[in-house]
Design a protein around this ligand. Structure first.
Ligand code: ATP
Length: 260
């Protein structure tokens, strides 16, 4: 299934990635509190929420970097909750982490090679990344520490792509970047999706998330406060859900309201 030009889900079929009732603690803190979501193949699903809402913890748990207290993560119908991060990556769950986490003392190409180390078979190669981001080929020998924030973010994206993910987890792509740079990076999404990828992203920039996503979920203090298609939620509902104001629309059970 693919997402249509207006960003709507083309059907409500079987999710590629599913999270059921996930609870994740950091010590005593319940950072993710009974969150569920269903990401359909080919769509862009966005998690929004303020600082500390639990977005990164949710993403990292899906990638296998945190152990949930309870709940499960299913990928392509298989429970992967107990799998180590590298095993999940081998199945196609690949994350671009918050803050990029490049190896600053390595060159652009060396960073891309790291991503390709345990790559699945698929359309993405380092050459393919250079095709999409021409400047990277010209500067492939440059250390990533010397790149601008936007360039570093693009290399981090390229590093994830060469692993040939089936679902790409993007944690705060826009963090610390100028709006024009953010637009440029998000502008590449359609081309990336066209290669058959599915995207789950975390974004504090709500308008950006609403622009690119076919489905959004808002978290507040670890809990789901709103869930639905951007076209079906009002700006007031999003604001209320984001800030925890009275009048936030009740969260829908995952999947409900996802019919075309
Ligand atoms: P941000 O946009 O600021 O990254 P977030 O929505 O991604 O916020 P998380 O980073 O998941 O939120 O954090 C959720 C809560 O868990 C916050 O209260 C945070 O302080 C806490 N937290 C996150 N990571 C840890 C950790 N490793 N140890 C202890 N507490 C943590």
């Amino acid at each position: 299934m693919t997402v249509s030009a207006d960003g709507k889900r083309a059907d409500s079929g079987t999710p590629l990635l599913e999270v059921r009732d996930l609870v994740v603690h950091h010590g005593q803190l319940r950072a993710v509190d009974a969150v569920s979501l269903r990401v359909l193949p080919g769509e862009v699903y966005a998690i929004i929420g303020a600082n500390g809402a639990g977005k990164s913890t949710l993403m990292r748990t899906i990638a296998g970097l945190h152990h949930p207290t309870s709940g499960s993560v299913l990928f392509d119908g298989t429970d992967v909750t107990g799998l180590r991060p590298e095993r999940r990556a081998a199945r196609g769950i690949v994350m671009v982490p918050e803050g990029r986490r490049l190896f600053g003392s390595l060159s652009v190409e060396e960073n891309l090679k790291v991503g390709a180390t345990y790559a699945r078979q698929g359309p993405w190669t380092i050459e393919q990344v250079y095709e999409m981001f021409g400047w990277m080929r010209e500067r492939r020998k440059q250390l990533t520490a010397q790149l601008s924030g936007g360039e570093q973010q693009t290399v981090a994206l390229g590093r994830a792509l060469v692993a040939n993910p089936r679902v790409l987890l993007l944690d705060e792509l826009s963090l610390g970047l100028a709006p024009v740079v953010v637009q440029r990076i998000y502008g590449m999404l359609p081309q990336i999706l066209a290669t058959g990828l599915t995207v789950l992203l975390v974004e504090q920039d709500v308008s950006q998330a609403l622009r690119v996503a076919s489905h959004i979920q808002c978290l507040l203090e670890g809990k789901t406060t709103l869930e639905g298609r951007p076209a079906d939620v009002t700006a007031d509902q999003v604001e209320a859900a984001y800030f925890g104001l009275a009048g936030a629309a009740p969260a829908r059970p995952p999947g409900e309201g996802s019919e075309p």
